[in-house]
Design a protein around this ligand. Sequence first.
Ligand SMILES: O=c1ccn([C@@H]2O[C@H](COP(=O)(O)O)[C@@H](O)[C@H]2O)c(=O)[nH]1
Length: 487
Amino acid sequence: MAMSNYTDSALTLEELVCKVYDVGGVKFGNYKLKSGIFSPVYLDLRVIVSYPDLMTNVAEFLWEAAKKEGKSFTCVCGVPYTALPLATCIAAKHDLPMLIRRKEAKEYGTKKVIEGKFCAGDVCLVVEDVVTSGSSVMETVDALRAEGLVVNDAVVLLDREQGGQDMLYHEKINLHSVCTMTEVLEILRMLGKLDAETVSRVRDFIKENKFSIPQLIKETHGDAHHLQLKTQVMSYSERITHCSHPLTRKLLSIMDKKKTNLCLSADLTSSQAILSIVDKVGGNVCMVKTHVDIVEDFSQDFVQKLVQLSEKHDFMIFEDRKFGDIGHTVQQQYKGGMYKIADWADIVTTHVVPGSGVVRGLKEVGLSRQRGCVLVAEMSSTGTLAKGDYSKAAVRIAHENKDFVIGFICQSNLTKDPDLIHMTPGVRLDVSGDALGQQYISPSSAIRDLHTDIIIVGRGILTADNPVAMAEQYQESGYHAYQELLT
Ligand SMILES: O=c1ccn([C@@H]2O[C@H](COP(=O)(O)O)[C@@H](O)[C@H]2O)c(=O)[nH]1
């Protein structure tokens, strides 16, 4: 008999997390892990099997997360043991053949490792309850691949954010998660189930117990494989060969040629001041970002001169317009008014708060002009609401509009798709922040820890005594961090 009577057919993520917590799937305290270390959080998602309605809901969330990017699968396989019933629910509900991986091959009879009917080339989705390092998912992936199945995707209920996603990406697996540990903490805190001290203890634990990719690969595959890691982080020039969007290719080729991942945020209010600094540091940057509506003496002559400088120094022009209205309105804002942004800006930013119509509206104007757009998926400011499901929706919209969307404004790595460039503002050598909620991280940390592609720097350069020398320092610091990732 079921231990609790959940009758919900469709829960919100908050409700799901709350129910998993209420049945004891997530516990907070001081738990000794298999590794011997003590953890302030303990996950026991096996308990879900005792709550059939909750289990069906979890399975639906998993399926939705896996299908978000429009992928299709010919079969599904759970990582033994907790995810087996979850995979079964998905298979039964969506009429999808299921495979079972044996933990040990049978010593008799067929000696099969993978049970169920399949053909080489079938595309299998791997299902897991929790990902920490990604090694359990990899055991199942390796077994499936050994039988000729194609495995590119895995879906997990909870990503502990300790390095598993990067590890799996290294193994050419896209990990889709229903929620992350950060989201669980935020939801439980919001619902009053956790105090601030516990939240910060768990956050610190996760931060301090992150695995590096080399460490994970060594653990999963041993030393020989570890040595191969060096070749796995893509250089800009390698990445060009994996990209289809012409603007992404152009940007990566500028970054490669000029040895820079720096974007200057030219947030000055006089056109002369902007042109002057851009001419001085144009050689150090791959992009110049503008807020054209703060320029007091704006004229078309100003933007023409900016375009000339972009040709002289070989950088792209990026108008940080942050559109946020319905498709029909943003079209007028993009091509018309006094700024006529579509005439001169290679790239523009848009919020996704109106839904995908905003992107479709901009695309109708920009596509024929070979322009591109960047989605504001996350923000650098304190208390930002652009997080969690909102950011995931931005990723989905980007994937659905890859002919026009070339990346994200973000504070974390959101997708491993080589076409989509991650651009991170809130970067400064002095990381103390400003009085209005801006938060900073260092250039090297943005590249190395957030795995971003481009650092966006404004006041760090503009207010320096010697902005040119400072731009060189940011260029050097960002590019050096990128080179370190390659070696
Ligand atoms: O999340 C975001 C999105 C955009 N910005 C913009 O980047 C620059 C940052 O300027 P700094 O002087 O380096 O703080 C600015 O134009 C913002 O509008 C951001 O900071 N955060």
